[in-house]
Ligand binder design. Structure first.
Ligand SMILES: [Zn+2]
Length: 96
C-alpha cells in the first residue's frame, strides 16, 4: 500500500525536523559561564565562540537570563505552582 510508505516518510521527516530544531547555535565568551543567542547585547562587543547549544549545556554553560529566559524556565525544576503576583506595594523595601 502506498499509504503505509507515505506514513513512514512523514514519520522520518518529522523526526528529522525535530532533530534539526534541536541543533541550535549559541555563543559563549572566553571566561563566561552562560551561553547567549547571536543577537544578545551581552556579547555584542565581545569575542565569542560559537557552540552547539547541546554542547554548551554539556560543558556546563547555563542559559543567559537576558536572551535565553525560556531555556531557564525549561530547566527550572517545576516551580510553577507558586505564582508571583504583581501588586502595587506602597511601602518600598530598602534592598542592598
Ligand atoms: Zn545573553
Amino acid at each position: 500500500m502506498v499509504k503505509k510508505v507515505l506514513l513512514m516518510v512523514a514519520c522520518v521527516l518529522f523526526l528529522a525536523a525535530n532533530t534539526m530544531a534541536f541543533a541550535e547555535d549559541v555563543y559563549v565568551t572566553a571566561n563566561g559561564t552562560k551561553y547567549h543567542k547571536a543577537d544578545c547585547r551581552f556579547i555584542k562587543d565581545r569575542e565569542t565562540q560559537k557552540l552547539d547549544k547541546k554542547a554548551a549545556v554539556e560543558q556546563g554553560y547555563v542559559p543567559c537570563q537576558r536572551c535565553s529566559k525560556e531555556d531557564l524556565a525549561e530547566q527550572a525544576p517545576g516551580s510553577d505552582s507558586e505564582k508571583v503576583s504583581k501588586s502595587k506595594k506602597p511601602k518600598a523595601k530598602n534592598e542592598g
